[in-house]
Ligand binder design. Structure first.
Ligand code: RP5
Length: 183
């Protein structure tokens, strides 16, 4: 395979098995090399027991596959799509153009421009087609999953309760060790 253009940890993380059930969240990424970043989203969904699917779908290398995926996503039962890509990252925008589902874009950190290229090409959607853009890298992948979970929680009290617990635990963790250097 060709030299990756993205900054990734080696070795690549193993696939994360989705909880059983029909996937509610689709995680797509432009390349295998994006998995090092995007697995963080899959892990959080798994932790929340939300069924998801992960696919490598490239906007420029497999455009027909992207169109098929995006056009059928809603009928396949997905409610949110998380799309991660690096460089000239047109995957989230092109995906959003072909589906009514909310698309959350994750700029993957590129080796040449540290993800600025990914960020700007995802965030600067011209008006008329929306992509919700998250932070560059793993924090963005994590928060994309968090936002997807918040969207699902609008119609699911169990997920909403888990979210509430998570936030409370997060707050308690800080309050339990408020002095820097003393944990
Ligand atoms: C994009 O190009 C992918 O999303 C990836 O971030 C970047 C580099 O891809 P590889 O050269 O690593 O396959 O399409």
């Amino acid at each position: 395979s060709s030299a990756p253009n993205t900054v990734s940890t080696t070795p690549s993380p193993d696939p994360i098995v989705s909880p059983p059930g029909k996937p509610k969240v689709g995680i797509i990424m432009g390349s295998q090399s994006d998995w090092a970043t995007m697995h963080t989203a899959a892990q959080l969904l798994a932790d929340f027991n939300i069924a998801f699917e992960c696919e490598v779908v490239s906007a420029h290398r497999t455009p027909d596959r992207l169109f098929d995926y995006a056009k059928s996503a809603k009928d396949n039962g997905l409610q949110v799509i998380i799309a991660g890509a690096g460089g000239a990252a047109h995957l989230p925008g092109m995906c959003a153009s072909q589906t009514p589902l909310p698309v959350l874009g994750v700029p993957v950190k590129s080796s040449m421009l540290s993800g600025w290229d990914s960020l700007l090409s995802i965030v600067q959607m011209p008006k008329g087609v929306a992509v919700g853009t998250l932070a560059i890298g793993s924090a963005g992948a994590y928060n994309a999953a968090l936002l997807a979970i918040q969207i699902l929680a609008l119609n699911n009290n169990l997920i909403a309760a888990k979210l509430q617990n998570m936030r409370e635990e997060q707050t308690e963790t800080i309050l339990a060790s408020p002095t820097p250097g003393i944990i």
